[in-house]
Design a binder for this molecule. Structure first.
Ligand code: TYD
Length: 137
């Protein structure tokens, strides 16, 4: 499955709106882990890595930030600023989160538990893996 924006249900109500996602429905995998990034000082960025196997969905629950994705060939930037949109990121995509607004809150769900050996933290190694993949297709 390719990178795409997921439009979560939005139950509009005069008491306040409600959105949700659940396993294998709005989120196209079984959720194993949830984490969130908050209190990011102005100008800081997070991420700057890819995952060998895990997939993720990122949601801006509050405020806004940019998710910059690189597939080894081209870069794409998504500004997330609505709590009813999620960004699906397959494995082997380099990603960084930046331009956090004050009090922004990034929610991330993944199909794997935290495991450091799933990280690719060296961009040139990541590009080599992607190039090798492309040359065998
Ligand atoms: P990391 O994923 O490297 O953060 P970012 O990509 O946003 O810069 O994680 C930072 C630290 O937090 C790292 O030492 C591992 C730890 N961590 C966990 O223990 N469990 C988790 O689920 C995550 C995402 C990170």
């Amino acid at each position: 499955m390719d990178i795409h924006i997921i439009n979560f249900p939005k139950i509009e109500d005069e008491r306040g709106n409600l959105s949700f996602f659940q396993n294998n429905a709005q989120v196209p995998f079984e959720i194993k882990r949830t984490y969130w990034i908050y209190d990011v000082p102005g100008g800081e960025y997070r991420g700057g890595h890819a995952f060998k196997d895990q997939q993720e969905v990122i949601v801006a629950l509050s405020g806004s930030f940019d998710v910059v994705l690189h597939d080894g060939i081209k870069e794409q930037r998504f500004q997330l600023n609505r709590s009813y949109y999620g960004l699906y990121i397959p494995n082997k995509i380099w990603r960084s989160l930046e331009n956090f607004s004050t009090n922004s809150l990034a929610l991330i769900v993944s199909d794997m538990n935290y495991i450091e050996s799933d990280y690719l933290r060296d961009f040139s190694l990541f590009q080599k893996i992607k190039n090798d993949e492309n040359s065998t297709i």
